[in-house]
Write a new protein. Structure first.
Lengths: 364, 131
């Protein structure tokens, strides 16, 4: 028997709506409700609601909170204003990626770090080891739920639910404290779909109330619950990296196209020396987007070939429901990374043609 | 499970169905398989004239999320493949027992047909799968 899977506060809501629940990173999560394509389309054209409570949340507090988190991540948190958020990688001493995170400065002395469910234990241990003793921090992952309301109608849904003006006009990558449907929460203008939208952090005990209020109010705006299946196709079209696929402890931010979240000259952080050396040495390979020109679907782990030799590996691949093509990401040598370069993807022993394209595959 | 399966078909443990139509066997996947797969996006099948072996892979079916192998219910020669699936793979989701059929096979060994399950047996078998 596998280890017992954890369930979010919303598991029974998912069951009641006929979701298919599957194991993911130690959690039993909804992979789909009405079908991946339909849910994908709902988010692109209307709005979708995701339960992503499996993600990890760490609160770091006190006068040293900002400096402490800044030392743990590659981006520059020291200048992050209250009420703003940033995307970053968190690297080890070797400059390889431990996780990608969003860091929210909730208050002057309160920083929220959101990590991937699959990395929660690692990141918590990494923080525990490297945060100075005087810096209070807390893994609040179990106490907090996280819902993502994503899509062009997300603002309308929030408005219909009575969200105040400052929430409706919240700029991208900002965060604010508010109450909604009688629930106290943090609302951020962030997401993982390539659409406009919000991420809502509330107490796990309030999750059912907020979830139901959103779905009831949102129904007339076309809001639907969306599972992890469509979350994956949505993020891939938007070329948002998935940890464990596109980035890992074997990759560094520069080759992953995430050099923009590495601020080498903005104060010390774990992995800085190694990343400086990596940058000076130059890239050997690069994460590129490709689309299939032959008939086939690339999948994670399939070999990328050129001139009969394996030159790389697919890190993510699937049909792109909105772009209408079979798309993927993978690492290839720099010489093959240019847009328009022909590649072969080995699909169950057969080489199928693909071409490097510019990313994101989809832009709203 | 409340779904019932067509009585006029025979079934494999790999969730293919087979229908005897004169001297050929029409083959598709069951609604259980369709449910497990989700949105079908691509079906990779043999060409007419190729031989297939009972319980061996004859092709692949891909959904948005995953790829699964297709297994032949009986051995024989592929007579026809459902060309409509090339442009409309969603037919498998919409109507797995009619428009969403996959291939027809001219069986080489009639005895193999006796190894297939009828609908009642298949339903019983499915009951043992979902814990």
């Amino acid at each position: 028997m596998p280890n017992a899977l954890r369930e979010t506060a919303l598991a029974d809501e998912h069951r009641a709506r006929g979701a298919r629940l599957v194991p993911f990173a130690g959690w039993l999560m909804p992979v789909q409700y009405a079908g991946i394509k339909k849910e994908h389309e709902a988010v692109r054209s209307r709005a979708g609601l995701f339960d992503v409570s499996h993600m990890g949340e760490i609160l770091v507090e006190g006068p040293e909170a900002v400096a402490a988190v800044d030392y743990l991540v590659t981006n520059d948190v020291s200048k992050l204003e209250v009420g703003r958020a940033l995307y970053t990688t968190c690297c080890n001493e070797a400059g390889r990626i431990l996780d990608d995170l969003i860091v929210y400065r909730l208050e002057d002395e309160k920083v929220l770090v959101v990590c991937n469910a699959s990395n929660r234990e690692n990141i918590v241990a990494h923080f525990a080891k490297n945060l100075s003793l005087g810096t209070p921090w807390n893994d609040v992952s179990d106490a907090w739920a996280l819902l993502a309301l994503q899509g062009p109608k997300a603002v309308e849904v929030m408005k219909a639910l009575g969200a105040p003006q400052d929430v409706l006009h919240l700029p991208y990558f900002h965060v604010i404290r508010t109450s909604l449907a009688g629930v106290e929460l943090w609302v951020a203008r962030t997401g993982y779909t390539g659409e406009d939208g919000f991420e809502l952090f509330c107490a796990s005990d309030d999750a059912v109330r907020l979830w139901r209020a959103l779905l009831e109010t949102g129904a007339s705006h076309g809001l639907e619950p969306v599972g992890l299946g469509a979350r994956d196709t949505l993020r891939l079209e938007a070329r948002l990296a998935l940890y464990g696929n596109d980035i890992s402890e074997q990759t560094h931010p520069f080759e992953a196209g995430l050099g923009w979240v590495v601020k080498l000259d903005a104060g010390d952080f774990i992995g800085r020396d190694a990343l400086r050396a990596t940058k000076a040495a130059g890239l050997e390979r690069k994460l590129v987007g490709f689309e299939m020109t032959g008939r086939g679907i690339a999948r994670h782990g399939y070999p990328i070939v050129a001139d009969g030799k394996q030159v790389g590996e697919v890190t993510s691949g699937s049909p792109g429901p909105t772009v209408g093509r079979n798309i993927g990401l993978g690492y290839v040598p720099l010489a093959l990374a240019k847009v328009g370069t022909g590649l072969g993807i080995e699909i169950r022993g057969k080489v199928v043609d693909a071409v490097v394209v510019s990313t994101p595959f989809y832009k709203r | 499970m409340t779904v019932t399966y067509p009585r006029n078909l025979q079934y494999t443990r790999d969730h293919e169905w087979a229908r005897i139509e004169g001297d050929v066997i029409r083959v598709g996947i069951t609604s259980y398989a369709v449910e497990q797969l989700g949105d079908v996006t691509l079906v990779d099948m043999p060409a007419p004239g190729e031989d297939v072996q009972a319980h061996e892979r004859f092709g692949d079916i891909e959904s948005v999320k995953t790829v699964s192998e297709l297994f032949a219910p009986v051995s024989g020669e592929v007579v026809d493949v459902n060309a409509a699936l090339e442009s409309s793979p969603e037919l498998v989701n919409e109507n797995p027992y009619e428009d969403g059929w996959l291939i027809t096979i001219r069986p080489s060994d009639q005895v193999e047909l006796e190894g297939l399950m009828d609908a009642a047996k298949y339903e019983e078998y499915l009951g043992t799968l979902d814990g």
